[in-house]
Design a protein around this ligand. Structure first.
Ligand code: ZN
Ligand code: ZN
Length: 410
């Protein structure tokens, strides 16, 4: 990719994504393979006034080797300094930029139990620090870069070089970066559009949404009382505006964890902990997954559901028109950051407290009382289709068509 486009994308990630403030600490999580892009991000952050920038480098092949060669005991041993480091970053009121470029399915050959147990050990130790980003206490943002293996997965018929170019082009289209535009201005307009959609949904205060399509999905999702639809950028308690996901096309809300009923069929594969799950479905009763199936990767679903009680309930429902820029590319990215923005989705696991009035100040118990879900997981899966209908049901039983033939009609 040419230098100028890379710099433009880095500028967008730093200014519009994480929006680092003067004097602030920026922590970047990235792959060693993306060092050129990261260098541009660091430079842009200092130009924006960042106090300091720290980069946490990783390499997915080395991560794979850790799972392959380390004993389970060693994998579950999370050093105290790791906790101390995170605590220190939060006390410093840092912001986080993650640059994702992982290979989907890379961990497919790793023993599922080993992976599950070490992930749980990690989450148990670090769980109390998740609230920082989940509650938007500091800015955070995720952007993606292609890598050759990921590109070949998305475009198997192209040569490696052509595949990388094609994935670059798809990513740049999704994040609204072109040779001759100002993507920062584009994102201002985009954020305003998403906000206006959320305003309409918030004014309706639907009691429930009913989803139906020809795939077999027939699902009623109740929403918590005083819910807040959120889309596009967010604000920290200090009022700093940032975009957590680039790209983003969704308006999302908080379902009632105990009031989801019916069957839902996934419309895209899910890449979960390095395994690809295909053609799967869930059946819900009173909010709990009571049955499920998959053509491929059923074991990984079991792992996911058995993580904790909250993993069997949903914490997020998101609406995205089928006719959206990412969906129109008609590409399966095998990466949730992109695929979730091409399609309506649900997330098994924890809710976003910002989706209910006063949610940010609630503890886990209070959130549970209003119907919010808690879990160590938050795993999105896609179920939107071109023929999806969504009906909003109001408190008095009145019905409003929200989606017809896959798209917003309100
Ligand atoms: Zn979402
Ligand atoms: Zn989600």
């Amino acid at each position: 990719m040419n230098k100028e486009i890379l710099k433009k994308y880095a500028r967008l990630a730093v200014r519009t994504g994480v929006n680092v403030q003067p004097g602030q600490l920026l922590v970047i999580r990235a792959s060693v393979k993306d060092s050129e892009f990261i260098e541009y991000c660091v430079e842009e952050a200092y130009k924006a006034g960042a106090g300091s920038v720290m980069v946490n480098w990783s390499d997915e092949n080395i991560t794979h080797m850790s799972y392959e060669y380390q004993s389970l005991e060693t994998l579950c041993e999370i050093p105290d300094w790791m906790e101390e480091k995170t605590k220190w970053e939060h006390e410093k009121k840092c912001c986080y930029l993650s640059v994702a470029s992982g290979t989907p399915g890379l961990m497919a050959d790793i023993d599922q139990e080993k992976m599950r147990k070490s992930m749980i050990a990690n989450m148990m130790k670090m769980q109390k620090y998740q609230a920082y980003t989940m509650n938007n206490m500091g800015q955070w943002s995720v952007v993606a870069l292609p890598n050759p293996r990921w590109a070949k997965r998305v475009f198997p018929d192209k040569t490696e070089e052509e595949a990388v170019d094609a994935l670059w082009s798809a990513i740049l289209t999704s994040v609204r970066v072109t040779e001759d535009n100002d993507p920062i201005e584009e994102w201002k307009k985009h954020d305003e559009r998403l906000a206006s959609h959320c305003d309409i949904l918030n004014a309706h205060q639907f009691k429930a949404l009913h989803f139906k399509n020809s795939k077999g999905t027939d699902l009623t999702v109740n929403l918590v009382k005083n819910h807040i639809w959120v889309g596009g950028g967010c604000r920290t308690p200090e009022g700093v505006f940032f975009n957590p996901n680039m790209p983003t096309e969704e308006c999302f809300c908080m379902p009632d964890r105990n009031n989801v009923n019916g069957k839902v069929f996934a419309s895209k594969p899910l890449n979960y902990s390095g395994k690809v799950i295909e053609n799967f479905w869930f059946e819900f009763k009173d909010g709990v997954v009571v049955d499920y199936g998959a053509e491929k990767g059923e074991e990984a679903i079991k792992t996911l559901l058995e993580t904790d009680e909250g993993s069997k309930h949903i914490g997020e429902v998101a609406l995205i028109s089928y006719d959206s820029p990412i969906s129109n590319l008609n590409i399966l990215f095998f990466n949730t950051l992109f695929d979730e923005n091409a399609s309506c989705h649900l997330a098994l696991g924890r809710c976003y407290p910002e989706n209910v009035e006063g949610g940010i100040e609630m503890d886990e118990q209070q959130l549970a009382e209003v119907g919010g879900n808690s879990s160590m997981n938050h795993v999105d899966f896609m179920f939107g289709t071109a023929d999806m209908s969504v009906t909003g049901i109001k408190e008095d039983g009145t019905e409003v068509t929200v989606f017809a033939d896959g798209n917003f009609v309100i």
